[in-house]
Design a protein around this ligand. Structure first.
Ligand SMILES: NC(=O)c1ccc[n+]([C@@H]2O[C@H](COP(=O)([O-])OP(=O)(O)OC[C@H]3O[C@@H](n4cnc5c(N)ncnc54)[C@H](OP(=O)(O)O)[C@@H]3O)[C@@H](O)[C@H]2O)c1
Length: 240
């Protein structure tokens, strides 16, 4: 692995992923909406890698953010999309614009971007694409179904892209962090809560071992299997 791209690198999880990948690659490409913040991050990483460069990329731009990444030189071997994030579910219920923003930021934008990045990877015949999705996409719940439905779409997109590219030399991995100790997630149970560095390690595991679907904490696989198995009449009574 020579070059890695992290889109959404300003988030805590994105920063941890960039730091982890800096141990493995020579060139790191950081992309996001705020080049000045990315430049400061790049400064911190410059001692760890041969080269760090910064690219402006808004995945909700009319071209899906692809124009910001046309200048990628070299074409990365690994592309990780961290863009997204849970928003206030109640606000999204009241305000259709907030709902739309959550849906577009967690599904449409990341899917269009990774779909565009896949094309030059396929032409080259190699590369790994990683999407950060969420366990929230596995069953709609009253407390976060707007975010969850967008992540469900993103998970399905990644699954389909992986299927389509199976014989192309390009691998697609889905990473499901579960709860992560970030500003957006205070007070979750420690036994189900990962650190941003754990997510970063899981991303690297997915890249190195070409894993398909990675739960950052394995116990989430069991928790979500149980949640998916609850019959709908009972599920409706639960406050989840
Ligand atoms: N935190 C958790 O517990 C948790 C759990 C499961 C999954 N995840 C997933 O992990 C990822 C990071 O989550 P987080 O909690 O760290 O979220 P966050 O702090 O809200 O970070 C969101 C990231 O997405 C970027 N972004 C938002 N809209 C964008 C756009 N239109 N174009 C380009 N970049 C955009 C933000 O960039 P700006 O700096 O420019 O705003 C930021 O880098 C998300 O995909 C989230 O769904 C998080």
């Amino acid at each position: 692995m020579h070059t890695a791209l992290v889109v959404g690198a300003t988030s805590e999880i994105g920063r941890a992923i960039a730091r982890r990948l800096a141990r493995e690659v020579a060139i790191l490409q950081l992309a996001g909406r705020d080049p000045e913040r990315l430049e400061r991050q790049a400064e911190d990483l410059r001692g760890d890698v041969e080269r760090v460069c910064v690219h402006r990329c808004d995945v909700l731009a009319p071209d899906g953010g692809a124009s910001g990444l046309e200048a990628l030189d070299p074409l990365p071997d690994v592309a990780v999309c961290v863009v997204g994030g849970a928003r206030d579910q109640r606000e999204a219920e009241r305000d259709p614009r907030a709902a739309e923003d959550t849906m577009r930021t967690n599904y449409l934008g990341p899917a269009m971007l990774l779909g565009a990045i896949a094309e030059p990877f396929v032409a080259r015949g190699s590369g790994v694409i990683v999407g950060i999705s969420s366990v929230s996409g596995e069953r709609g719940r009253r407390s976060n179904y707007i975010y969850g439905s967008a992540k469900a779409g993103f998970t399905a997109f990644l699954s389909g892209l992986r299927h389509r590219l199976a014989d192309s030399g390009v691998h697609v991995a889905t990473v499901k962090p579960g709860w992560v100790r970030t500003g957006t997630n205070p007070g979750t149970p420690p036994w189900l809560t990962a650190e941003p560095a754990d997510v970063a390690e899981a991303v690297w595991r997915a890249v190195r071992a070409r894993r398909n679907v990675v739960y950052v904490r394995g116990r989430w696989r069991l928790v979500m299997a149980a949640v998916r198995a609850i019959p709908e009449p009972l599920f409706k009574r639960l406050r989840l």
